[in-house]
Write a protein that binds this ligand. Sequence first.
Ligand SMILES: [Zn+2]
Length: 103
Amino acid sequence: MAAKRPDRTARRERERTARKLVREREKLALLVPGGSEDRPIEVVSPAVIDSRVGSMKCPQCEGSYTIDDHAAPSAGLRRIAVTCRLCHVKRALWFRLGVSGPN
Ligand SMILES: [Zn+2]
């Protein structure tokens, strides 16, 4: 509360940097497990997906996710639409249903 607000120029500079960071983090988010269709997280059953999502953090703000929707674009693949509770970014998390242990 006591902190003085930065002046307009400083704030703009900060916002520009923040936007760049957002883009960088989104790129990284695609590379982590579950971040894209090419990198699904393997799970033994759809029943564990919700708790897995519950333990994942938004790469932007470390917030937790609210699950909006489960979709099955193909057999054994699950696309989970989520929204971050803190920054409200929407993203998709990918899971693949597999057997436990190496194939
Ligand atoms: Zn977030």
